[in-house]
Write a protein that binds this ligand. Structure first.
Ligand code: HEC
Ligand code: HEC
Ligand code: HEC
Ligand code: HEC
Ligand code: HEC
Ligand code: HEC
Ligand code: HEC
Length: 323
């Protein structure tokens, strides 16, 4: 009886010892196949992670993926910088949200995400791809992912998620690109370098949009309008009244700087006078033609008898237009 017990006890301890040794061996000798770090191999560790996530790795590499009992961290020199993802990476309200990370840490550069999530962002990792959520054809590179809205790609929202016109990134975008009734709505490149695609060299650099004016704003190069970030204003734009007409250039509009974050006046007369007098300085009949309706007498192709701009494409087009 005693011997049987001794045998059983020895057996129990050797099993215990064996399993302990086994555990230590895993850590000491390693568990991974030789091609574990060979990108081109079927056994590449990245493939295992893309299929199953990192949960199965964490028992040895630590819950924070910083090494755990294996002592080998996933982060650091030669390894991953932007992966594994922190908790909250998919929660909009978290400081760790991936949108914040792309903006603040990566300065909007998503190339690094493509290495695992696919060049077109559609590779499924752990059952999800970027396009599961960013479901437009270009995925997260859709033009309104970072600025604009479903109706158009100009702010709001701006790059800081602001929606109020008082934010510099929002300002008077919508009246220019969508809402104006006094002229044709404007393309982005009236005020910005032309951006033809996400990767366009004119697009992202320092995170602050470039403002340069095209031939309309400069009146074909005659003017040098400027955007001043400190005062949030534009000066010397053709559109806001730096025009010159008449035989000696005597007919001119206002040349005061216009504040980007202010709303246009609500009174209809004041709305016209925002850019030029009724009639403009230097125009014939000062004191007689002093309401919007009167313009219709001679500039009937542009202004109707109610004093409204009847043909937006003829107003603010660098041309004189009469009846
Ligand atoms: C049972 C413990 C254990 C598990 C589970 C584990 N590892 Fe490891 N891993 C180790 C140990 C120990 C090392 C260091 C020794 C070695 O290179 O094998 C290591 C090393 C690595 C290395 C570095 C290899 C090298 O040659 O530099 C990578 C990459 C790695 N593991 C990725 C993973 C991934 C990804 C997972 C999950 C799919 C995972 N590991 C799961 C224990 C583990
Ligand atoms: C689980 C859903 C989900 C997945 C998967 C996802 N995103 Fe997002 N992403 C969001 C949400 C939600 C927002 C925030 C939208 C908002 O603020 O209105 C967002 C925002 C962004 C932004 C905008 C950042 C900003 O501050 O304007 C970028 C860029 C982005 N994601 C890139 C990616 C990339 C790249 C991938 C894949 C590697 C990805 N996302 C995967 C849900 C997701
Ligand atoms: C080294 C590979 C790798 C890189 C680089 C990488 N990811 Fe991931 N990502 C993964 C894996 C694998 C998953 C699956 C869940 C996990 O393991 O965390 C994932 C999951 C996600 C998810 C969550 C999807 C969900 O619903 O669970 C988002 C969002 C995401 N990644 C965004 C990004 C963004 C944005 C970048 C670039 C900053 C990026 N990833 C870079 C490998 C990577
Ligand atoms: C009337 C001139 C004008 C037009 C037209 C215009 N923008 Fe802008 N845009 C600006 C000004 C001014 C700023 C502020 C620049 C700064 O921050 O210094 C700006 C800033 C931006 C920003 C950066 C916002 C931020 O948060 O910093 C984006 C993005 C932008 N514009 C996109 C567009 C797009 C897209 C269009 C066309 C659909 C467009 N803009 C049309 C004048 C214009
Ligand atoms: C990942 C976020 C993101 C996406 C997606 C995005 N933009 Fe932008 N966009 C920016 C940032 C950041 C700026 C500020 C520009 C800078 O850094 O100079 C900007 C600025 C702009 C501007 C103002 C001019 C300039 O470059 O400064 C235009 C116009 C513009 N984007 C158009 C587009 C178009 C068109 C697309 C789709 C093809 C697009 N954006 C997609 C982030 C984005
Ligand atoms: C945003 C600035 C702006 C506003 C607001 C504005 N104008 Fe003008 N207007 C101009 C400019 C610039 C010209 C110079 C001619 C051109 O380019 O069409 C002009 C020219 C005119 C002309 C001469 C005909 C023509 O088009 O050449 C008439 C008439 C006129 N405006 C009437 C009005 C009336 C009426 C209102 C108010 C309903 C008004 N404008 C509001 C900028 C403005
Ligand atoms: C009695 C006719 C008459 C009326 C009424 C009149 N204009 Fe004119 N306008 C002219 C003539 C003629 C010229 C060209 C003068 C020249 O080239 O020296 C002119 C030129 C202009 C110009 C510069 C060139 C152009 O067409 O853009 C502006 C701006 C303008 N008018 C605005 C107005 C506005 C605003 C009103 C209404 C408040 C108005 N005018 C009412 C006859 C009129």
């Amino acid at each position: 009886m005693k011997t049987i017990f001794q045998i059983l006890l020895t057996l129990f301890f050797s099993v215990l010892l064996f399993s302990c040794q086994d555990k230590r061996n895993v850590v000491d000798i390693g568990t991974h196949p030789a091609e574990w770090t060979d990108k081109n191999s079927d056994k590449f560790h990245g493939k295992a992670v893309i299929e199953g996530g990192t949960e199965s790795c964490q028992s040895c590499h630590g819950e924070d993926n910083l090494g755990g009992i294996s002592g080998v961290s996933c982060m650091g020199a030669g390894c991953h910088i932007h992966y594994p993802h922190p908790a909250g990476f998919t929660e909009v309200s978290s400081d760790n949200f991936h949108g914040q990370y792309i903006k603040n840490t990566l300065a909007w550069d998503m190339l690094t995400c493509q290495s695992c999530h696919g060049e077109d962002y559609s590779r499924e990792v752990n059952g999800t791809s970027c396009k599961t959520c960013h479901n437009g054809p270009e995925g997260p590179e859709e033009c309104n992912t970072c600025h604009g809205s479903p109706s158009n790609i100009a702010p709001p929202r701006d790059l800081g998620k602001n929606i109020s016109h008082t934010a510099l990134g929002v300002g008077a975008h919508q009246i220019h690109v969508a809402e104006t009734e006094v002229t044709r709505v404007m393309d982005c490149n009236r005020c910005h370098p032309e951006v033809l695609s996400f990767d366009d060299p004119n697009h992202i650099d320092d995170g602050i949009a470039e403002v340069i004016f095209d031939t309309l704003g400069t009146d074909g190069g005659r003017l040098t309008p400027t955007w001043d970030r400190n005062t949030g204003s534009c000066s010397e734009t053709y559109c806001h009244g730096s025009f010159r007409f008449g035989s000696s250039g005597q007919i001119r509009g206002n040349s005061d700087p216009v504040i980007w974050t202010e709303r246009k006046p609500s009174d209809p007369n004041a709305q016209c006078k925002f850019c030029h007098g009724l009639p403009p300085t230097g125009h014939i009949g000062q004191g007689s033609f002093n309401d919007p309706q009167s313009c219709n007498q001679c500039h009937g192709s542009v202004v109707n008898s109610n004093g409204e701009i009847a043909n937006p494409s003829l107003h603010i087009n660098r041309k004189e237009n009469f009846n």
